[in-house]
Design a binder for this molecule. Structure first.
Ligand SMILES: CC(C)(COP(=O)(O)OP(=O)(O)OC[C@H]1O[C@@H](n2cnc3c(N)ncnc32)[C@H](O)[C@@H]1OP(=O)(O)O)[C@@H](O)C(=O)NCCC(=O)NCCS
Length: 204
């Protein structure tokens, strides 16, 4: 049960539907602009695929949207965090790069904020990559989360961890003292452990 599951449908962005995003406002102008003007070109270049949920009763009304792409988590340059990332992986399966899916963009319409649509959306994305029909191995969901308390709190609340153990470490490693985003990840293996109850809330 959930708003997206009960009242919405999901569909990939298509050339005809990009115009619908003129009315989509998620209170972040860069994101609004990306979905309306750039997402389809990214998709044509095969570097980011965009999907959106719209209302069943009004298919022109978009509730939330996201763009995803193949990615990886490299533990080679993460001496401390690398250990944490690998702690749920058997030693004999330790490798330098783990397959992941990157949430490149994600936004919930301002009309539906703080009603757990974003949480349901993250659960939906997670569920795709543990689905037995998923075509490739995918261990992590990653995101470069906007470095603002509300967005970081949103991802933390949804089980995401920081790739770097502190802001200072991330600044040092990226040689950037003015980070606009924080690298975060969710270990999909958790859906088979303490987070297993999520699976019953997942949209099939
Ligand atoms: C960030 C965003 C996706 C959250 O979507 P949402 O549907 O409003 O989030 P939810 O209702 O599922 O929130 C889940 C939890 O996240 C935290 N959270 C969400 N929005 C928050 C805010 N503005 N301030 C503080 N905490 C917040 C809360 O802990 C919340 O749980 P609670 O409401 O029970 O306290 C949405 O606000 C958005 O689209 N923002 C603009 C675009 C953006 O910043 N996207 C992220 C790109 S990295």
């Amino acid at each position: 049960m959930g708003f997206l599951k009960d009242f919405c449908f999901i569909t990939p962005l298509a050339e005809w539907s990009k115009g619908l995003f003129i009315n989509f406002k998620c209170s972040n102008e860069d994101l609004d602009d990306f979905f309306a003007n750039e997402a389809y070109d990214y998709q044509k270049q095969l570097i980011g695929k965009t999907y959106y949920f719209a209302l069943k009763e009004n298919p022109r009304s978009i509730v939330c949207a996201f763009t995803i792409a193949n990615s990886s988590v490299s533990v080679k340059n993460l001496p401390n965090r690398g250990k944490k990332i690998k702690e749920n992986i058997p030693r004999e399966k330790h490798i330098g790069n783990y397959p992941a899916v990157l949430i490149g963009r994600l936004g919930v319409s301002s009309d539906y904020k703080r009603q757990h649509a974003g949480t349901e959306l993250l659960n939906f994305i997670k569920s795709w990559f543990v689905n037995p029909n998923n075509k490739t191995g995918c261990r992590f969901v990653t995101v470069d989360a906007y470095n603002s308390p509300d967005v970081l709190s949103f991802y933390e609340k949804n089980g995401f961890c920081y790739l770097f153990s502190s802001l200072k470490q991330e600044q040092e490693k990226t040689k950037n003292n003015n980070l606009k985003t924080r690298s975060m990840y969710f270990d999909l293996i958790e859906l088979f452990g303490p987070w297993a109850e999520i699976q019953s809330a997942i949209i099939p």
